[in-house]
Design a protein around this ligand. Sequence first.
Ligand code: PLP
Length: 364
Amino acid sequence: MIPWAKPNYYGYEKKYINQALKSTWLSDGKFVKDLENKVCKFVNSKFAISVTSCTSALHLIYLALELKRGNEVIIPGYGYLAAANIALQMGLKPVFVDVDLETFCVTAKNIEKKITSKTKLIVVFNTYGNVCDLDPIIKIAKIKKIPVVEDCAESFGSLYKTKQSGTLSEIGTYSFQATKTITTGEGGMVVTNKDKHFIGRLKAYRNHGVKDKKYYHYLPGHNFRLTNIQAAIGCAQLKKITKIISERKKIYHFYSNLFKNIDGLKLQIFSPKTKPVMWTFAIVLDPKVFTNRDKIIKIMKTKGIETRNGFYSPNRLSLYRGCDTSNLKYSNKLSKNIICLPFFTSLKKKEMEYIAKTLINLKR
Ligand SMILES: Cc1ncc(COP(=O)(O)O)c(C=O)c1O
């Protein structure tokens, strides 16, 4: 079976894990600080706060921003809905905004239409590694005095103009889960240029509300601390980030050529302002030309290829029945027609050729 994703090791993982084990610092430790410093330097942010996942990063941000029950949070209608789930958990109201059919990302125009006096946060997703057109989004957010969180779980290393995704607004998040561009198994990071008060709250919520005094709980916090062993893996991965990015780009280009000018399928479009590092290879299938997408996923599996369907748009999930899911035409369309192909740095050209041939043969 060709898996949909597969982590790769680049030479330093075992060495750093052994160093962490030897140090006997298994939870906190040198690698945790190192990873935070290295991510800061790589993305050129003021602060980086490591956490157990991108989901916990989002949760901490909502808490640190002091969002209250009934506050509205703008969330893209197409993408991985961690930001919406945390909003529901906290009694906030996710308000979903349609994405662009070509880039799969939200637009300033669509966001603006859904801003109300209750909007207290805008979350954007850089889906599959693409980066939203952030300048106009940030411009509107500034006028309305609403913070923007760039959820860059899927876009570590992607650039918008010359800046790293996650650093265009004041707050960004990354995921280091096993399928991501760099991994710690599970893990994540908040990057921010915001003030010390915000960072203090983030760190306190990460650590049971404790600041400097041991066992003194200032806030009702979580334990969202990344371990030293996880951070050791992250440091090893980050050391090879240039190679990882270059390999992911090569794979993307090889696939793109295989799917050039094929009737009935469309690839994601990237604006010239972006230099994406792709998380996966997504294709929009035209249901008039291709067999039903879910049937294709099943057939591909019988041929030894693991693929994934697109994200469910919230209008298709009963969980979000009480939320604003109006006008999600394109999110809904993408949700039903996207298939994501295997994408990882050790994927062979022969495997990609086989995957492309198998898919292209599945026309009606
Ligand atoms: C856009 C987005 N946000 C959040 C997450 C959640 O990340 P994690 O698994 O690190 O919690 C993901 C996971 O893929 C994601 O794609």
